[in-house]
Design a protein around this ligand. Structure first.
Ligand code: S3P
Ligand code: PEP
Length: 475
C-alpha cells in the first residue's frame, strides 16, 4: 500500500511521485548518458585559471555544472555556450579570469560576490580556494542540507594559508555559509590537512596549487582519504594541462608552481551515471549496451565492469561498447570503497539472492544526505533487510513490496528507487526531479531505455546521435 501520492518540494509546490516503470520483460537497450560531472567541473575550474581560452566538448549540463559556471562567472571568468557535437547540449568556451581584460575585469576584482553552491560538493569545495586568489570578499552558501556537509577542512586549510575565512557574524565558521576574503595572492607551500571526510578537500587544493606563488605540498594526516579514484582523476587532469604533480609518496601531493595550459577537451560520459542503466540489465535479466565507453579512464564508474560481473552479470567491452547481460539471479557480494557508486550497488544488493556487505563508505554520511541511513530506511521501507555498520551497510535477501522511495534531495537515492522499481511492481519515487543535480534527462532516458525493443533499433537510434539511443527511441 502506497502511503502518499505526492510531496512538497523546497519551494512548497506539490509534486506528484514518479511511478517507477516496472520491467515486465528483460530490458534490451543501448544507452549513452551525459558528460561526467567530476570531469566537467574540474575542467571548468582549470579553464578559469588557465593561460588562455579553453573549450570543453560535450560537457555536462546539469544543476551542478550550472552552479559551477555561475560561480566562476562571479569570480570573473567568461563562459559561453557554443554549438558542438555533443548529444546533450552545447560545448563551453571559457575565457579565464586573468585573460578577460577590458571592461568588467576591474569591476570583478575587489567587489563582493555571492556564490550559490546548491548541494554540489565540487562547488562548495573547489571554488573557495579559487576565491582566495581573487581580490575581494566572496560569500558562499547553498541548499539547507549543504550547510550540513563537511567543510571544516577547506576552511582550516585556507586559514593556514593566510586567507581570511569568517562566518557572517564575524566568527570562525565550521561549515557553510562563510565569507572568503581573497587577497589576490596565496603563497602556498607545505600544508597539512585531514581529508578523511572527503577526497574533494584534496582535489580542491590541488586544482589551484599551481597558481600559489610557491606551489603546494599537500599532506594528509588522519584516517584514510576516501574516493582515491577522484584524486587520481584530479592529478591526471592537472598533468594533462601541463601542471607538474608528484604523488609518488602516499598521502603527499606536490604541485609545482606554474601556468595551467589552456586546452580543448572532450568530456567523457559520466560512468557513475551509467550505473543505474547498467544495473537495469541485472534488475530485469536483460541486456544494456553503452557505446563510447572510454578505453582508459580515471572515472570510478569504470569499476562497474568488475562490480556487475561479481553480481553475476556477463560483462564485455568490445570496440568501445560495454555490454552487460543479466542472468536469472543477482548475486550478493562484498564490496569495499564503492564511493559514489554505493547507492546503485545497494539497490542491486537489495534485489540479490545472497547477502552483501559494503564497506569503506562511512563518509557517505556527509554526502547529499546521510546515504547510509537513507539507504537502510528506504530499502527496509519496501520490506528489505538492510543494516548500517560503522563504515557501510549489510544487505540481506528479502522479498520487497510496493511503496514510496524517498530521495532526500539526493540524485543517487532517486535513481536507486528507479532500479528497485524495475524489479518490484508499484514503486514510486518521491522527487525524481532531484536527478537534475547531475542528469536532468534521467526520467526521459530511463523510459526511453525501457521502450527499446532490441539491438538493431537501438543502435539505429545511437547512430542518429539523437541524445543517446535511450532518449531517442520512443519520444
Ligand atoms: O571530486 C569529485 O568529483 C567527487 C569526489 C567524491 O567525493 P567524496 O570524496 O566526498 O566521496 C565523489 O563521491 C563525488 O561524487 C565527486
Ligand atoms: C557525492 C556526490 O556529489 P558531490 O559532488 O555533491 O559530493 C555524488 O554525486 O554522489
Amino acid at each position: 500500500m502506497i502511503a502518499a501520492a505526492a510531496a512538497r518540494n523546497d519551494s512548497g509546490t506539490t509534486v506528484p511521485h514518479w511511478p517507477a516503470p516496472y520491467a515486465d520483460r528483460p530490458v534490451d537497450a543501448t544507452v549513452t548518458v551525459p558528460g561526467s560531472k567530476s570531469l566537467t567541473n574540474r575542467y571548468l575550474v582549470l579553464a578559469a585559471l588557465a593561460d588562455g581560452p579553453s573549450r570543453l566538448r560535450a560537457p555536462l549540463h546539469s544543476r551542478d555544472s550550472v552552479l559551477m559556471i555561475e560561480a566562476l562567472r562571479q569570480l570573473g571568468a567568461t563562459i559561453t555556450e557554443v554549438p558542438g557535437d555533443g548529444a546533450f547540449g552545447p560545448d563551453l568556451e571559457v575565457v579565464p579570469l586573468q585573460h578577460r581584460g577590458g571592461e568588467g575585469q576591474e569591476d570583478a576584482a575587489g567587489t563582493a560576490v555571492h556564490i550559490d553552491c546548491g548541494l554540489a560538493g565540487t562547488v562548495m569545495r573547489f571554488v573557495p580556494p579559487l576565491a582566495a586568489l581573487r581580490g575581494g570578499p566572496s560569500t558562499f552558501d547553498g541548499d539547507p542540507h549543504a550547510r550540513k556537509r563537511p567543510m571544516g577542512t577547506i576552511i582550516e586549510a585556507l586559514k593556514a594559508l593566510g586567507v581570511g575565512v569568517s562566518a557572517e557574524d564575524g566568527g570562525t565558521p565550521a561549515s557553510l555559509p562563510f565569507v572568503v576574503e581573497g587577497t589576490g595572492e596565496v603563497r602556498g607551500g607545505h600544508l597539512v590537512i585531514d581529508a578523511s571526510a572527503s577526497s574533494q578537500f584534496v582535489s580542491a587544493l590541488l586544482l589551484v596549487g599551481a597558481r600559489f606563488t610557491e606551489g603546494l605540498h599537500l599532506e594528509h594526516v588522519g584516517k584514510p582519504v576516501p574516493s582515491l579514484d577522484h584524486i587520481n582523476m584530479t592529478v591526471a587532469v592537472l598533468r594533462g594541462a601541463g601542471v607538474q604533480v608528484d604523488d609518488s609518496v602516499p598521502n603527499h601531493w606536490v604541485v609545482s608552481p606554474g601556468p595551467i595550459r589552456a586546452f580543448d577537451q572532450q568530456i567523457e560520459q559520466d560512468l557513475s551515471n551509467a550505473g543505474p542503466f547498467l544495473a537495469a540489465a541485472l534488475a530485469s535479466g536483460g541486456t544494456v549496451r553503452i557505446p563510447g565507453w572510454p578505453e582508459q579512464t580515471q572515472q570510478v564508474g569504470d569499476l562497474w565492469r568488475s562490480i556487475l560481473a561479481r553480481m553475476g552479470a556477463e560483462v564485455s567491452l568490445l570496440d568501445g561498447v560495454l555490454t552487460v547481460r543479466g542472468g536469472t539471479e543477482i548475486k550478493g557480494a562484498d564490496f569495499a570503497d564503492t564511493s559514489e557508486l554505493a547507492p546503485t550497488v545497494a539497490a542491486l544488493c537489495a534485489l540479490a539472492t545472497g547477502p552483501s556487505r559494503l564497506s569503506g563508505i562511512a563518509h557517505l554520511r556527509g554526502h547529499e544526505t546521510d546515504r547510509l541511513a537513507a539507504l537502510v530506511t528506504e530499502i527496509n521501507r519496501l520490506g528489505g533487510d538492510a543494516e548500517e555498520t560503522s563504515d557501510g551497510l549489510v544487505i540481506r535477501p528479502a522479498k520487497l513490496h510496493a511503496g514510496v522511495v524517498h530521495s532526500y534531495a539526493d540524485h543517487r537515492m532517486a535513481t536507486a528507487g528507479a532500479i528497485l522499481g524495475l524489479a518490484v511492481e508499484g514503486v514510486q519515487v518521491e522527487d525524481i526531479a532531484t536527478t537534475a543535480k547531475t542528469m536532468p534527462d534521467f526520467p526521459r532516458l530511463w523510459t526511453g531505455m525501457l521502450a527499446q525493443q532490441g539491438t538493431d533499433r537501438a543502435m539505429q537510434g545511437s547512430e542518429n546521435g539523437a541524445g543517446g539511443s535511450a532518449g531517442a527511441a520512443e519520444d
